[in-house]
Ligand binder design. Sequence first.
Ligand SMILES: *Cc1c(COP(=O)(O)O)cnc(C)c1O
Length: 378
Amino acid sequence: MSNAIKLSVPTFGGNEEVYTKMAIGSGQLATNGDFIDSFEEKFSNKLASHEIVALNSGTSSLHLSMVLLGIGKGDEVICQTFTFCASANPIIYLGATPVFVDSEPETWNISPELLEDAILDRIANGKKPKAIVIVHLFGMPAKIQEIMSIASRYQIPIIEDAAEAVGSTYRGDYCGTFGDVGIYSFNGNKILSAGGGGALVSSKINLIQRAKYLSTQAREDLPYYQHLEIGFNYRMNNLCASVALAQLEQLDEFVEKRREINANYRKLLEGFVGISFQPEANESKSNFWLTAILIDEEVTGFSNDQVRVALMKNDVETRFLWKPLHLQPVFKEIKYFGGNVAKSFFHKGICLPSSVNLTFEDQERIVDIFKKELAKTF
Ligand SMILES: *Cc1c(COP(=O)(O)O)cnc(C)c1O
């Protein structure tokens, strides 16, 4: 156990214990309380012109975003194929249909060209998409400028799934603040962990107010329970918010640490032909939630699965990149625009341990396994 290295575990080195005790001591554990208010205020201040609503997961935040944009039965929603299922599942919850789009090789996120192809095709078929879900995979900002100009040309709202990109920036602004609505996740292994949690981000105060109303069962402001609409139980609770606030206080530190881990891997694996990293453009600053690499088996002589097994034998946990959604059995009937870009990333890629508490010695041990067990000739 002592030598085990996990893929991504939370670090609770700040005020987590203090705030959690305060939350319990105050008796405020439900979906209203001081920590929810402080967390939202502190996070909103960080995002400048945007506000957040604290919710209970990234998935519920995506679902609520789509409700706010009026997505419903029979609608089509474009979604990046190279992502976790939670980006697309809420489309199905609403009786709408996803349309998947492939990635481009420069950020590994949705290809602007293929996005436009998909929009034009769907419009030609009388099915103008109701929204576009873009994702910043492993924390890496997508080609936001290009995507936004296409979205505005066709007047289609963007839902920015920044679940993995809390603290990442693009041209100096935070990911999550570019779309009509953005979302974050604070689940157990994301860069900020609140046990479970999420947030919805918007610059539109009416959307923020409506998100607060709908996420607390759409209760009218009356002395008894009166409902004019169907709501959701999606609000973050005050106990989770106490952890979330303590984590938020350390966000800048966490981002710098994960970036340092990424830079160390790049240095340690430098000159190892056949291994390449998720590229970062000048205009982007990834939080490097996870360091992701591609292994060209024809060059290295070993596959991503051999890396996984070799590291597992040494108690080191890794994870394959997301299996593209258009290749998931559950989505096999769904329309797809693109080729084999995301698919080849899935076949070649692997995520390396990236926890904030990872030491340089841990990283050396991991890279030594590459050198000793895998590349006998390195
Ligand atoms: C984690 C994640 C989500 C879902 O967040 P939860 O808080 O686990 O519900 C959504 N999209 C992406 C890309 C994620 O990585």
